[in-house]
Design a protein around this ligand. Structure first.
Ligand SMILES: [Zn+2]
Length: 433
């Protein structure tokens, strides 16, 4: 008994000290970022000679240098980007930070989930240094993505803000199952669930273990064995059960979908975004416009794969599918972009090396999106899709101080975004200076 009394006394004192320290906390650090040119991603206008005034991890004010300068408290740290163009930190809505192109195919079956998490730690840093201060990570085994997100929040490893899905839901034998091994190995993907009660349970299970977003496979995939990307996976009823369950628990839903029928079922069931969209047709486009569904195209990966697949461990079946689907996807996605469907930026990084994410901008522009629209896809639109418009996507008072700087004019040439000189996340300089 006595020992417990002492323990309680100790805890009480420790709590008291904690409170005392809390009240003595110094005012958050004040930082002024001088921007030579500041891109307003909503309008495409450049404002000259601006200051972004940051307190702690948030933006306090943005305006003309002469106006802001006289309000700055003594001791404000000045970061001089007066020769650069500043814009909001970029957002990638489709990453797999715990994956690597060199683990695609059967070789990946040799890698443990703890190893995945550590691969993710490296990729998180590389992605952040490339200017992507927020990612939506849509699919990881063993909840390694949640471990990574939490390690970044704790400050253990550097990385972008992450919304994570955990394992993607998939039908038995579908894109999210493990179809390569012979039956005696009894291999089943983490996210496999069939039938309405089972998909509801799996959705709730992912949320129980920390999913910020739900991902499911609405069609077959390209980099998986034995399934057809053009065909729907899951019935309309199963899709509706996944989406309704997630929405009731306050989570948005992303559907991996190549084939036109799978896209249609997912959109009608109320999905928030269609990933890839390789066989998207006019009916899908019309439905997506009606429902306000985002398309998250991932096209540059095809360029990288075609140039590099021979160095990877892909099986002949997968290589065959890749060669069939990629050129078709390019045409259909171009048509969708030109038809005015809502677009958010995504890459599927892990299919190619992390950090090259910004290569997607030039492809989007080549397929018919205006340069400003491609930048909006990775800022305001992406923030809207994530449900994070109150915290990221623009440089405005009250939002996180997540910003990047490049040389030159990203609207005249989106490839400038492939070489980011300076990165700040939450008021902390990650790269540059
Ligand atoms: Zn993916």
């Amino acid at each position: 008994m006595r020992r417990y009394a002492i323990l309680f006394l100790f805890l009480f004192l420790a709590a008291g000290i904690g409170i005392a320290q809390e009240s003595k906390k110094p005012a958050p650090a004040s930082v002024a970022v001088k921007a030579g040119k500041l891109l307003d991603v909503r309008t495409g206008n450049y404002a000259q000679d601006q200051i972004i005034w940051i307190e702690g991890d948030r933006i306090k004010a943005v305006g003309k240098s002469s106006d802001i300068e006289r309000q700055l408290p003594a001791g404000t740290r000045v970061i001089d980007l007066s020769k650069s163009t500043v814009l909001p930190g970029l957002i990638d809505c489709h990453t797999h930070l715990t994956g690597s192109p060199y683990l695609l195919g059967p070789i990946g079956m040799h890698t443990s989930y703890p190893r995945d998490a550590l691969i993710g730690a490296r990729n998180a840093r590389v992605t952040l240094e490339a200017g992507f201060t927020t990612v939506r990570n849509v699919g990881a085994g063993g909840y390694a993505d949640m471990a990574l997100r939490d390690a970044i929040i704790a400050g253990d490893v550097p990385g972008p803000r992450m919304l994570v899905s955990g394992p993607a839901l998939s039908i038995t034998g579908g894109h999210g199952d493990e179809n390569f091994l012979a039956p005696q190995y009894h291999a089943i993907g983490d996210g496999v669930a069939d039938g309405v009660p089972a998909v509801m349970a799996k959705t709730r299970e992912n949320i129980k273990f920390g999913a910020d977003v739900i991902k499911f496979m609405a069609t077959g995939g390209v980099l998986s064995e034995g399934d057809n990307p053009a065909m729907a996976q899951y019935s309309p009823e199963e899709m509706k059960a996944i989406i309704d369950t997630a929405h009731e628990l306050g989570r948005k839903v992303a559907a991996h979908a190549h084939g036109a029928a799978g896209i249609k079922y997912a959109v009608l069931a109320g999905v928030d975004s269609i990933e890839h969209g390789s066989y998207i047709n006019d009916e899908d486009i019309q439905l997506m416009k009606q429902h306000g569904t985002y398309l998250v195209p991932t096209i540059w990966l095809g360029d990288w794969l075609m140039a590099n697949y021979q160095q990877l461990g892909l099986t002949p079946n997968v290589v065959e599918k890749m060669k069939t689907v990629m050129p078709i996807a390019r045409q259909n996605v171009a048509h969708a972009l030109q038809s005015g469907v809502k677009v958010a930026f995504g890459t599927d990084a892990a299919v190619y090396p992390h950090g090259l994410n910004a290569h997607e901008f030039a492809v989007m522009v080549r397929l018919g999106l205006a340069p400003l629209a491609s930048i909006q896809a990775a800022t305001v639109n992406a923030a809207d899709l994530l449900g994070w418009s109150d915290r990221v996507g623009t440089l405005e008072a009250g939002k996180f101080a997540d910003l990047i700087a490049v040389d030159g004019d990203p609207i005249a040439d989106v490839r400038t975004l492939e070489t980011v000189r300076f990165v700040m996340k939450g008021g902390e300089v990650v790269k540059g200076q």
